[in-house]
Design a binder for this molecule. Structure first.
Ligand code: ZN
Ligand code: ZN
Length: 337
């Protein structure tokens, strides 16, 4: 405990829409059922950007706030089942009520009382952060903290979306949107023996998808090419646009499973006759549970996803968010502490 300082550097979001400011703030003290973690790395996610830009409906009293929910660090204080020094993850899910139906049936990401890290609780853009002991997930030693950060959100979200589906090797999967989440999904799908088509507007992302095992990679208007390839038995949508849903419906094989992941606020053009005649299943999916995170980290430790990771020093966090806003990131950005 002696080497824990009184204050730490944190990137603080004082109000929606203003840049993050590096500031000295008190190191939090772990209460009962909490660990204090010294951060080693934290990924920068689009959700952080939405909060920083004020695009997330949040009460004014939520600020000042520390963002960041792809953190990895070591336990330095607090009592729980894990020993001091254990490397754990700081994902989006901060905690849940642990008593509602979703919580009691292993579907805690649909708990309506859940708190999110970097939204309802202080996040990991800081040298130290608190973790509820019940929500601490150990990070396998073979996973490097910088490479591992984005597994906790982008990777887990892709994993959990496919877990919502009944998957058989040889089925045809359509991945819509080949950014970070799409790239993690492609790696998971290939390892599970699925045949993959990728849709993205960006030719560079399409080329990258082909290099990593997609059979075809086309722009959204190329519906005929996808149906000629064999159509989609499963579709994962990572593109935050209502427009892509017309293409998704047109590419779906009978009895297809479709998972909505990208946040789309406006209604989408899906016909109930298409749904009924095709017997399709359309599902929503939001990040992933603790059990899914453990399973996914175990998988990722053996099949390291070929996603481009760029490490930045911690004090570059605001510059990183601005690059994300400009679309000037090929894979994922991760802060190194
Ligand atoms: Zn995220
Ligand atoms: Zn609950």
């Amino acid at each position: 405990m002696n080497d824990i300082p009184v204050t730490m550097r944190a990137a603080v979001c004082d109000a929606p829409g203003v840049p993050l400011v590096m500031r000295e703030v008190p190191v939090p003290t772990p209460g009962p059922g909490q660990y204090l973690v010294k951060l080693e790395a934290c990924g920068i996610c689009h959700s952080d950007l939405h909060v920083q830009l004020g695009e997330e409906p949040m009460p004014p009293e939520a600020f000042p706030l520390i963002l960041g929910h792809e953190g990895i660090g070591r336990i330095v204080a607090g009592q729980g089942p894990l020993a001091l020094g254990t490397r754990i993850g700081l994902p989006w899910l901060y905690d849940t009520c642990q008593s509602c139906t979703p919580c009691l049936t292993g579907q805690e990401t649909y708990c309506q009382s859940q708190r999110a890290r970097g939204l309802d609780a202080f996040g990991a853009f800081a040298e130290y952060a608190l973790v509820e002991t019940a929500f601490a997930t150990e990070i396998p030693d073979t996973i490097d903290p910088v490479t591992g950060g984005p597994l906790l959100c982008a990777g887990l979200t892709a994993w959990s979306a496919l877990e919502r589906c009944a998957v058989r090797a040889g089925q045809r999967l359509l991945i819509v949107g080949a950014g970070g989440l799409g790239q993690y999904a492609l790696a998971i799908a290939r390892a599970r023996g699925l045949r993959v088509a990728v849709v993205d507007l960006d030719p560079a992302k399409r080329a990258q998808a082909l290099a990593h095992g997609a059979e075809i990679a086309v722009p959204p208007e190329a519906v005929a090419q996808i149906t000629a390839w064999g159509g989609a038995d499963i579709t994962l949508n990572f593109a935050p646009s209502p427009k892509v849903w017309e293409m998704i419906a047109a590419c779906a094989n009978p009895l297809s499973q479709i998972v909505a992941v990208a946040l789309v606020h406006d209604p989408v053009p899906l016909s109930m006759m298409w749904l009924i005649n095709g017997g399709h299943k359309v599902m929503g999916s939001s990040v992933g549970t603790r059990a899914e995170l453990r399973a996914y980290l175990n998988f990722a430790a053996r099949h390291l996803p070929p996603v481009e990771i760029e490490a930045l020093p911690f004090d570059q966090v605001q510059a990183g968010l601005e690059r994300l806003a400009r679309g000037a990131v090929r894979g994922r950005l991760v802060l190194r502490f």
